[in-house]
Ligand binder design. Sequence first.
Ligand SMILES: Nc1nc2c([nH]c(=O)n2[C@@H]2O[C@H](COP(=O)(O)OP(=O)(O)OP(=O)(O)O)[C@@H](O)[C@H]2O)c(=O)[nH]1
Length: 134
Amino acid sequence: MSVKIVLVAACALIDADGRVLIAQRPPGKPMAGLWEFPGGKVESGERPEVTLIRELKEELDISVKEDCLAPLTFASHAYPDFHLLMPLYVCRRWEGTVTALEGQNLTWVRPNKLRDFDMPPADVPLIAHLMALI
Ligand SMILES: Nc1nc2c([nH]c(=O)n2[C@@H]2O[C@H](COP(=O)(O)OP(=O)(O)OP(=O)(O)O)[C@@H](O)[C@H]2O)c(=O)[nH]1
């Protein structure tokens, strides 16, 4: 049986206090209400770093340089209708002020508090990696 692999690039923005930005999926989308890392689907022919630079501008109005995106780990998770492959980058430097351009709730959280937020199942194993990093 074949499975559809969906490639999504995600980014943990980390502020000077070691807190990570998470965003709440707006109502109407699949998995609405869950907190996730900013990012989105990698379009055909696109490099994941370019996806992230594009998505961070669209979603948060910040400019990120490619060399400020460091790969941390990835999620590989079987959802009922697709398999998610999601590289997670970390970024500590950006230009501009983080602004919710898509009406999403945003919050800055210490990695050891991420478990207090409902996240997509694919994201849960990523928390330990962020705790180890920070
Ligand atoms: N950005 C992001 N997506 C995640 C995370 N965890 C996770 O399971 N996903 C899933 O990866 C996919 C991301 O796609 P997206 O945000 O671009 O897509 P979407 O559902 O808004 O769909 P659309 O862009 O086709 O409207 C969704 O299925 C989303 O639920 C995460 O931490 N960040």
